[in-house]
Design a protein around this ligand. Structure first.
Ligand code: ADP
Ligand code: MG
Length: 693
């Protein structure tokens, strides 16, 4: 146990209560205090002439009391006039004691620190920190004063003193905090040394560039941010290595079966689909578990790619599983795969959390004895009581909904024969490449960068609610021509109940206005079977209009639907809108999306909706989304933990992302033993165990 690797209660004056408050800041060990970095700084290292002070500046001033009196304004206050030869300002106290009143005798010298504001008497410092000076020279602070993020009931000065204690311990035992980046690696990447960086950030010298420090561009901040990104990257790599240390069944060729499948499809594969399938095929042929992410914009045809991969597994005498994030999408996949595979004599089973009783037992039996060659379902597929006879390939659709941990749970499902299944992860969330490298460092990436031919881009209009009647007329018109339409009601104040009620009310309203149409309704509070029935009816063309909540966001595929109305679109993120809009424009006809908003719309919302109108390119939308909402929101908090970083800021430090992989290579080549401690330092004890589940 090093001097720093001990609980904070080892520090002087830290009891259980204080430790509890520190825990809220993520500080458990003394070392954590060292990585608890200031939010900003105050400059108390020099005395500012009063004449150069401006409103809004924090500064130390020093001068002589010219006068002091209690004044009756709107509130009674003590006003002290302070003069320093360059000018004069006032210190104002609304709370003061008679003793304080006495202190400020004309002629006494005072040093005060505070933020200057424009007040009734010119520049004023309200309730400054101050002290009266005796005869001799009083030294100023020798470094900038850090202001730390803190929590209720923990005073800044208290926290500062604790960090000081931690820094003293570090000073006494520098070896307790190793710099895991060796000298040559630091030199190559121009990184300052760890302890030096921490010292600079906790006690910045007066000559530090304040702009650099404030903007997070100081080399010390950058070094720590890069180290944190590196730790995340290493942890994902470790997950990958652990998985790949196990063997996987070699699934060399499903060619015959795949060819039979392709002949029954009404279209031929795009060249992007074929290229991605080649990449998948090469992985499946090996005995190292595949860990591959397929990225393809909405409508690019990922499902067929999944089917082709599943056929390779089935031809290799293994089972394949397809996991989808929602019941609706899982249901749809089940129908699609059953229709595709039944003619090939392949049995497809269905499993979701809502499947109960005998049906569940039957499904589990078919999965366990291997009758079911393909299993489609929700994450219920990977719960403890489900056993596969021989799972060779696990396909996870719309990956952005699942975290690393859920994917790890897959490993255990291959247990028969001690082999680990291959993993294929599919996502329509096109995230910028460097971000992808960090978020998915454990996955190889294939991109379907082409849409099937004959698609016309969805045209999008942003329309205020006053024009609702026109929008309704448009639905009537589209349905009269044999097309189908969606009407999407978005989340109301995070309440699913209210959202569903709104959807019901909208359905009633539209039924009234469009009496001749068959209108269906799906929302999150309906039973799975009811939802499935409505979706099947819509897919079969028995319903003209589907009123829905955002449950239809991902994956739903009804090519005949060519019109989508999204109510209150400003409530959704851009990527989510893109996903929703991707439900239309899937067939050959021109499709339309109407973003129906309730005025007034903020400037920010206008800008976002304009992006939707201007482009249908998922990558551009994701980039905009990233710029407007930040990476945490875009990736989702359930992602890899990238959203909860301590120092790094994916936007501010975007340029560091591309240095992460080369840095990891360099480190692993020269000092592989540094990997674990780095992961532990930044991601905590738990992450160190990631790989071992
Ligand atoms: P996504 O990538 O969004 O999951 P899907 O797999 O649902 O897209 O495919 C969207 C639609 O395009 C489906 O109706 C599918 O049958 C069709 N499709 C897929 N590949 C092709 C292709 N190569 N040519 C024509 N249509 C295709
Ligand atoms: Mg899909």
């Amino acid at each position: 146990m090093s001097a720093l690797d001990v609980p904070v209660t080892e520090l002087k004056g830290v009891g259980e209560a204080l430790a509890g408050k520190l825990a809220r800041l993520g500080v458990a060990r003394v070392a954590d205090l060292l990585f608890h970095l200031p939010l900003r700084y105050q400059d108390r290292t020099r005395i500012t002439p009063i004449a150069t002070l401006r409103a809004g500046l924090e500064a130390v001033v020093e001068g002589e009391v010219a006068a002091s009196e209690v004044v009756q304004g709107r509130r009674r206050s003590l006003l002290v006039r302070l003069r320093d030869g360059s000018g004069i300002l006032s210190l104002r106290f609304f709370h003061f004691s008679p003793a304080q009143q006495q202190q400020f005798r004309p002629g006494s010298r005072v040093r005060a620190f505070g933020e200057a504001r424009a007040g009734a008497t010119g520049l004023e410092l309200y309730h400054p920190e101050y002290r009266l000076l005796g005869g001799g020279a009083a030294p100023v602070e020798d470094h900038l004063t850090p202001i730390y993020p803190t929590t209720e009931g923990l005073h800044q000065s208290r926290l500062r003193a604790l960090v000081e204690q931690a820094l003293e311990r570090l000073d006494a035992a520098p070896e307790a905090l190793p710099d895991w980046l060796p000298g040559p690696v630091r030199t190559r990447f121009s990184l300052p040394e760890l302890q030096h960086s921490l010292l600079v950030l906790h006690r910045p010298p007066p000559d530090v560039d304040p702009e650099q420090l404030a903007s997070g561009r100081h080399p010390a901040t950058r070094r720590l941010a890069l180290e944190e990104l590196l730790a995340h990257h290493l942890s994902l790599r470790e997950v990958r290595l652990r998985i790949q240390a196990d063997g996987a069944p070699a699934l060399p060729s499903g060619r015959g079966l795949q060819a039979r499948f392709l002949t029954q499809l009404p279209f031929s594969l795009t060249s992007a689909q074929r290229r991605v399938l080649d990449e998948i095929g090469a992985d499946l042929a090996g005995t190292t578990p595949m860990l591959r992410l397929v990225q393809g914009d909405v409508g690019s045809g990922k499902t067929v790619v999944a089917a082709m991969a599943a056929l390779a597994a089935i031809a290799g005498d293994c089972q394949a599983a397809v996991m989808a994030p929602t019941e609706i999408l899982a249901e749809q996949h089940y129908r699609t795969f059953r229709a595709w595979f039944a003619p090939l004599g392949i049995e497809v089973a269905w499993l979701s959390g809502k499947l109960k009783g005998k049906a569940r037992l039957d499904a589990k039996a078919a999965i366990a004895d291997g009758r079911a060659r393909l299993v489609v379902g929700t994450h219920a597929l990977f719960q403890g009581d489900v056993h596969f006879q021989c799972l060779g390939l696990a396909i996870i659709d719309e990956q952005h909904r699942f975290g690393v941990h859920q994917r790890l749970a897959l490993r255990e499902k291959g247990e028969a024969g001690g082999l680990t299944p291959h993993q294929l992860v599919m996502t329509a969330t096109p995230i910028p490449r460097t971000l992808a490298m960090s978020a998915y460092a454990d996955l190889d990436v294939s991109v379907i960068d082409e849409l099937p031919p004959g698609r016309t881009p969805v045209q999008t209009a942003v329309v205020p609610d006053e024009r609702r009647p026109e929008v309704v007329a448009r639905i009537r018109h589209a349905c009269a021509e044999g097309r189908q339409a969606y009407w999407v009601c978005t989340l109301i104040e995070e309440s699913e109940v209210l959202e569903c009620q709104a959807a019901e009310a909208t359905r009633d309203e539209l039924a009234e206005a469009l009496g001749e149409l068959a209108i269906g309704l799906v929302h999150g509070r309906m039973k799975a079977a009811e939802k499935a029935e409505v979706m099947a009816a819509f897919q079969a063309g028995e319903l003209d209009l589907l009123v829905a909540t955002t449950v239809i966001e991902v994956g739903v595929d009804v090519p005949n639907a060519s019109l989508m109305i999204i109510e209150n679109p400003e409530r959704l993120g851009l990527s989510q809108l893109h996903q929703l809009r991707g439900r239309v424009g899937r067939g050959g006809t021109a499709s339309y999306c109407v973003l129906l908003y309730h005025p007034p719309l903020s400037a920010h919302s206008k800008e976002r909706l304009a992006v939707m109108r201007e482009t249908t390119d998922g990558f551009r939308i994701a980039e905009k989304d990233l710029a407007l909402r930040g990476p945490g929101e875009v990736l989702g908090t359930r992602q890899t933990g990238l959203a909860q970083m301590k120092v790094a800021d994916l936007e501010r430090d975007a340029d560091l992302l591309e240095r992460v992989a080369p840095l990891a290579e360099a480190l692993l080549a020269s000092c592989p033993e540094a990997s674990r401690p780095l992961i532990r330092r930044w991601l905590g004890e738990e992450a160190g165990r990631y790989g071992q589940v």
